[in-house]
Design a binder for this molecule. Structure first.
Ligand code: ADP
Ligand code: MG
Length: 678
């Protein structure tokens, strides 16, 4: 049976079973779906096409008696000559004495081995066929470790396939298989392991990739179906009229993209299902106002709303903005951060519990602390983090099931969004408000700082302000500080009395940082040198220059984030990257920054340049570890697999239809084995 342990196979004892387990193989089924990562071409090649040291199959006739020499209990050498086409080739086999009797004079043999062009000899590795036996075309090569050999694995797979191969049932519904011309699972297994032609191997691989992505997406969808179940959600019957009033007071028209995402989010809130949505939009695309509108929606339905941000400075800025926005509306807004202490804190906690407060803004502590809500309906988390399973659990343990909206300005390439946020719905603001000034990005080398100073001087003369960033290197705060201090001094010296320069670094106390940030915001300082990125996440519309030192140390998305801190006002803005990249990739990264202002393009490029292996291979990343498919290279297949998986769950969420029986079976077995996907 397919579900039987591999220990039931002949030749598998305790030790070998453990070795197989170490490859993730526990059952016969696992073994059959343990696929090769490449094939060796075993087809016979004409001698003149064979390169020196190439591994190749040669076919010929044995023309001298085979001579066996033993030189140790397990060591031997077998020599004979093979007539290949018009040439005579010396063949040697090491440590396979039993082959002697196969190579009788006049026998025709196909031998796989390593060709030595100088010596005109072949070191035999494998006898593929003699006389009229059919030679295999391709040999599968499997990922193995030290505890098990290729040949052993191949023999076991053969054994398992011969015994139970006919029991393999399809998990991909037939309609989908037919539509995408995919193989049945039985055919897939056969051609994956034992292809006779390249075409068979290719077809098998294509099916295997689809199957892997599809099953992963099916698991995500099934997880989503569970958490989204109506009994786990909240229906928020907001007041549409009131929303219109709020929108009418805004000093600008919403962009079409903003309107669209507001509608998407509101539809989720109104529905009884649990909302778990990601709102992504480039820096400056206007996510905050979208957040404000949907929070107001929750409030009109007499629910409380919470906005969580990563830092106190940002919390304060949001608090100030939203208090102003809601000044003429019946919304009671409060701020709760680590700095809120004493009586003030007690009052806020009491007012949250009694329902006095409608809208609370703060840091992560908002959900983790001993904070009790009266009727929390919507939680929005801004930047950097998204709701992990952990936070969702905390909320649930508090007996809360608010709708969740995560906002990010780090655009996630579609590839990553599909794979990692498969359980979330994604709304995208793909349009900037009209009239935005373009940001001109230039890249200069370290010895061209005078160009940067020219630009800075020009902008200061026009009354604008300047950000100057040095990179944050986790390993060495000391060096960070030195770099920042050096730049601070250099700029002070270069600018003289043309500007007040301030220094902000990670080792300062929060209130120190705050004072400086505020002073910069009030244009008391015209130049802000900073090591930190987050603290710069605030709005200073008068800033028009973003100078980034050692720019090659930042990720593209991070650079883009920083760049988005300027160009927020009416004036043209400049981003100056200073870097001496060490390699071609570094050069390419700097160049692409100067060529595009599109965060999505950059994020995709970042992924390509860093390689998906680096991101997906890293367990810490939380990315799924695909064995066959490459989420970047095989993206089109991934996309289609997701659509199909989604489609299935919209029509047959509990997979009770007969055509989904195979899938339902797969899921139940999988759940049993892994507990749950996380
Ligand atoms: P982000 O998406 O980076 O959080 P913000 O919400 O901070 O962007 O918006 C950036 C700036 O654009 C703010 O000053 C905001 O008031 C303004 N803004 C937002 N939406 C619009 C719009 N539709 N038209 C004009 N300005 C807008
Ligand atoms: Mg924002």
């Amino acid at each position: 049976m397919l579900t039987d342990s591999i220990a039931t196979l002949a030749g598998v004892g305790e030790k070998r079973a453990l070795a197989l387990n170490s490859l993730g193989i526990a059952t016969i089924n696992d073994l059959l779906f343990y696929f090769p990562f490449r094939y060796t071409d075993l087809k016979v090649k004409p001698l003149e096409e064979v390169a020196d040291q190439e591994q190749v199959t040669l076919k010929g006739t044995v023309v001298t008696p085979a001579v066996l020499t033993r030189f140790g209990p397990h060591k031997s050498r077998l020599n004979f000559k093979l007539q290949v086409e018009h040439a005579v080739v010396a063949v040697t086999f090491f440590n396979q004495p039993w082959l002697k009797e196969k190579f009788e004079m006049g026998v025709e043999a196909a031998i796989f081995g390593k060709w030595d062009g100088m010596r005109h000899s072949l070191t035999g590795m494998k006898l593929l066929a003699t006389q009229n036996q059919e030679e295999p075309g391709l040999a599968a090569v499997y990922p193995v470790n030290k505890s098990i050999r290729q040949q052993t694995l191949i023999a076991l797979i053969k054994q398992a396939y011969e015994a139970d191969g006919d029991q393999i049932v399809d998990v991909i519904p037939e309609a989908i298989r037919t539509h995408y011309r995919l193989l049945s699972d039985q055919q897939l297994v056969a051609w994956m392991h034992f292809p006779e032609t390249d075409a068979q191997a290719k077809a098998a691989r294509r099916t295997a990739i689809f199957r892997e992505f599809f099953l992963f997406q099916v698991q995500l969808q099934s997880l989503k179906t569970q958490t989204d179940a109506p009994q786990n959600g909240l229906m928020i019957p907001y007041d549409n009229q009131a929303l219109r009033q709020l929108i009418a007071t805004l000093p600008f028209d919403l962009t079409n993209a903003q309107k669209r995402v507001v509608n998407e989010i509101c539809a989720d809130m109104r529905s009884p299902e649990h909302m778990n949505r990601l709102l992504q939009g480039d820096v400056g695309s206007g996510k905050t106002i979208v957040a404000a509108i949907v929070m107001y929606a929750a409030i009109t339905a007499r629910y409380q709303a919470a906005l969580m941000v990563p830092t106190e400075v940002l919390a304060e800025q949001h608090f100030a903005k939203l208090s102003q926005l809601f000044a003429d509306f019946p919304v009671r807004v409060a701020l709760l951060t680590g700095s809120t202490t004493g009586k003030k804190r007690r009052d806020i906690l009491a007012d949250l519990a009694s329902g006095e407060i409608d809208l609370i803004i703060g840091t992560h502590a908002l959900i983790q602390d001993a904070v009790n809500y009266n009727s929390l309906g919507l939680v929005i988390i801004d930047e950097q983090h998204r709701f992990g399973v952990n936070q969702r659990r905390i909320l649930q343990e508090k007996g809360l099931k608010p709708d969740l909206l995560s906002m990010t300005a780090t655009p996630i390439p579609r590839t990553l969004a599909i794979t990692t946020y498969g359980e979330m719905d994604v709304s995208t603001i793909d349009e900037l408000p009209a009239g935005r000034q373009p940001i001109t990005t230039t890249w200069i080398r370290k010895n061209q700082m005078d160009l940067a100073l020219q630009r800075i001087n020009e902008q200061l003369a026009q009354g604008s302000q300047v950000f100057a960033i040095t990179p944050l290197i986790a390993e060495s705060e000391k060096i960070d500080l030195q770099n920042a201090e050096q730049l601070y001094q250099d700029l002070q010296q270069a600018l003289g009395d043309k500007a007040n320069v301030a220094l902000l670094h990670g080792q300062m106390k929060p209130d120190e940082k705050d004072t400086i940030m505020r002073a910069f915001s009030d244009n008391i300082y015209q130049v802000l040198v900073s090591t930190t990125v987050v603290e710069v996440g605030v709005d200073v519309p008068n800033a028009t220059v973003m100078l980034i030192m050692d720019a090659d140390r930042f990720g593209l998305s991070q650079l883009h984030q920083l760049r988005g801190r300027v160009g927020r006002g009416k004036k043209a803005a400049y981003c100056i990257l200073v870097a001496n990249p060490k390699n071609d990739t570094g050069i390419e990264r700097m160049q692409i920054m100067t060529e595009t202002n599109d965060g999505f393009v950059l994020a995709q490029k970042d992924l390509e340049l860093r390689g998906s292996g680096e991101i997906f291979g890293d367990r810490q990343s939380g990315m799924p570890n695909f064995k066959i498919g490459d989420p970047v290279g095989d993206f089109t297949i991934l996309e289609v697999a997701q659509q199909e998986a989604k489609q299935i769950f919209t029509t047959d969420a509990d997979l009770s239809a007969p055509e989904h029986a195979g899938l339902a079976h797969y899921l139940s077995q999988n759940r049993e084995r892994q507990g749950s996907l996380d």
